[in-house]
Design a protein. Structure first.
Ligand code: CTP
Ligand code: MG
Length: 226
């Protein structure tokens, strides 16, 4: 097994409404992307990291750490991931750990668990959490409740997601990078008939999405240092 990490970091962060894409917002004088790369590189199994970035945003990030390379990102998250996967495959890596640039608070234990599970068998593995809130399906007007959806067996997918690279590339190509259902790597693998394993994640592993998430992420990052 030769494991590389692929980090999609080519989004525009439209929901954050910040001046620059959210992965470049600084927390404790470091861009969020730096915290994410550092979190991933705590796993000794990760030999190299391929970061998919928008070429116009590349100057926003002056110094890339050791063992980190950039590839250009794509129109969709899936396309950005695919660019990284192809470069990793070209360099002889057998497995990839895909992790969102926007999740800088990844706990080490979660990272190590998903690497172990994802490289153990050919179904791969993803970090996920059992849904904890009561779920409501709304009426078409989005104003009133139509029904309560059972939480039984429902999980929220996070990243990292770990798969053998060749079947993952094939699965993404089969589904198509523009497919609206291709929102994570597991969905492509499921589409191709695999049943990826669920690995228990952490509520701290939030994806920075809206402005209010910054405060929480600052808190968790600070907590980790202290
Ligand atoms: N991403 C990417 N290439 C894209 C779109 C997204 O590499 N074309 C990355 C983002 O940079 C982020 C991750 O995929 O690290 C998860 O996506 P998301 O949280 O949706 O980020 P954005 O698409 O940037 O944000 P938004 O959806 O609010 O515009
Ligand atoms: Mg997005």
């Amino acid at each position: 097994i030769k494991l590389a990490a692929v980090v999609p970091a080519a989004g525009t962060g439209s929901r954050m409404q910040s001046e620059q894409p959210k992965q470049f917002i600084e927390i404790q004088s470091q861009p969020i992307l730096s915290h994410t790369l550092a979190a991933i590189q705590r796993a000794p199994q990760v030999q190299r990291v391929f970061v998919a970035v928008n070429p116009t945003a590349i100057n926003l990030y002056p110094r890339w750490p050791e063992a980190v390379e950039t590839v250009s990102g794509g129109e969709s998250r899936a396309e950005s991931v695919l660019m990284g996967l192809k470069e990793a495959a070209r360099q002889g890596f057998s497995h990839a750990l895909v992790h969102d640039a926007a999740r800088p608070c990844l706990p080490l234990s979660v990272l190590l668990d998903v690497i172990e599970q994802g490289t153990l068998q050919d179904q791969g593995a993803i970090v996920a959490l059992p849904v904890r809130d009561t779920l409501k399906r709304a009426q078409a007007d989005s104003l009133t409740i139509s029904s309560t959806v059972s939480r039984e067996r429902l999980w929220q997918a996070q990243t990292p997601q770990v798969f053998a690279i060749k079947p993952l590339i094939a699965a993404i190509n089969k589904m198509g990078v523009a497919h609206p259902g291709l929102t994570d790597e597991a969905s492509a693998m499921e589409f191709a008939g695999y049943q990826p394993r669920l690995v228990m994640g952490s509520y701290k592993n939030i994806k920075v999405t809206f402005p209010e998430d910054i405060e929480l992420v600052s808190y968790y990052l600070n907590e980790e240092i202290n």
